[in-house]
Design a protein around this ligand. Structure first.
Ligand code: C2E
Ligand code: MG
Ligand code: MG
Ligand code: MG
Length: 282
């Protein structure tokens, strides 16, 4: 009996693997076609970043989605890994960067007083290591007219543990361009204080997995509090990710966190909805 169920499990596992491989192969072909057709299926959503002191929008995070002709909207977790493995993330990322900078340039005049809205764009490790990145960033800034200081590139801690010449030069040159850097998902990787010290960044983004516990779990609160103290001591601003309740926001404000982002304020919005959001003075 146990032998049989073991075999069943094995068969189920194999069937699952086959399905995943087929799905992967299908997706990869579709992705290649989408990239060859100019990446138009890759669309960008924008999630507001809120200044905790004023309650108003200070920036946006650009988040890619794949508008697949048959599958509908595919979320990044379902296609970014494949895009990284195949290298197609370079072309897709270039499209996201251009789109985000061009919209942010248009939106910088919206709303009362035409605030200087900032925009953040995520880069995967492969993009950050790409020797063509700097040229892409400089070109997009030049062509869209976005102020370099209004652009933040988000990378996870992992990339900053690599002190290869390409990574070092990229960090330095982005700084010279005036583009900002953020450490994304802080608290989930192999955080090392040495790396935090070695690479000066502008923003430290604390991951949702820690932020979500700050009301109930004193340990999460202690970690968030320590991260904020550390960031401030290094002259960095703090963004809390995944804020879903008023209580979390209140606590973050007390702890001195400058910026908050999450469903409590807004889900990622399409361009039109975001323009309306800013126009309403939010
Ligand atoms: P991330 O950069 O940490 O982005 C935050 C993710 O959390 C987004 O998921 C966002 O929709 C989600 N989120 C925001 N607020 C809340 C909240 O209150 N509750 C919950 N449950 N979730 C919230 P999304 O859009 O699915 O993106 C997932 C990840 O995919 C991103 O994590 C980022 O690492 C990656 N990604 C997204 N866009 C791009 C891109 O253009 N290029 C690259 N290389 N990676 C991207
Ligand atoms: Mg991010
Ligand atoms: Mg993040
Ligand atoms: Mg995160």
């Amino acid at each position: 009996r146990s032998k049989e169920s073991g075999k069943d499990r094995h068969e189920v596992y194999e069937a699952d693997m086959r399905a995943r491989t087929a799905k992967r192969l299908g997706l990869e072909g579709d992705m290649r076609r989408a990239v060859e057709r100019g990446c138009e299926e890759f669309v960008v959503r924008y999630q507001p970043l809120i200044d905790t002191a004023t309650g108003r929008t200070s920036g946006l995070e650009a988040l890619v989605r794949w508008e697949h002709p048959e599958r509908g909207l595919v979320s990044p977790s379902d296609f970014i890994p494949l895009a990284e493995e195949t290298g197609m993330i370079i072309a897709i990322g270039r499209r996201v960067l251009r789109e985000a900078c061009s919209r942010a340039r248009d939106w910088s005049s919206l709303g009362p007083g035409g605030r200087g809205i900032e925009v953040s764009v995520n880069l995967s490790a492969r993009q950050f290591r790409d020797p063509g990145l700097l040229e892409d960033v400089a070109r997009v800034l030049g062509e869209t007219g976005l102020r370099p200081g209004a652009l933040t590139l988000e990378v996870t801690e992992g990339i900053l543990t690599e002190d290869t010449p390409v990574v070092l030069a990229t960090v330095q040159y982005l700084g010279l361009l005036g583009v900002k850097l953020a450490i994304d998902d802080f608290g989930t990787g192999y955080s090392s204080l040495a790396h935090v010290k070695r690479f000066p960044v502008d923003y430290l983004k604390i991951d949702r997995s820690i932020v979500s516990g700050i009301e109930e779990d004193p340990r999460d609160e202690a970690i968030v509090s320590a991260a904020i103290t550390l960031a401030h001591a290094l002259g960095e601003r703090v963004v809390a990710e995944g804020v879903e309740t008023e209580g979390q926001l209140a606590r973050l404000r007390e702890l001195g966190c400058e910026v908050a982002q999450g469903f409590h304020f807004s889900r990622p919005l399409d361009g039109e909805a975001l323009a309306a959001w800013l126009d309403a003075g939010k």
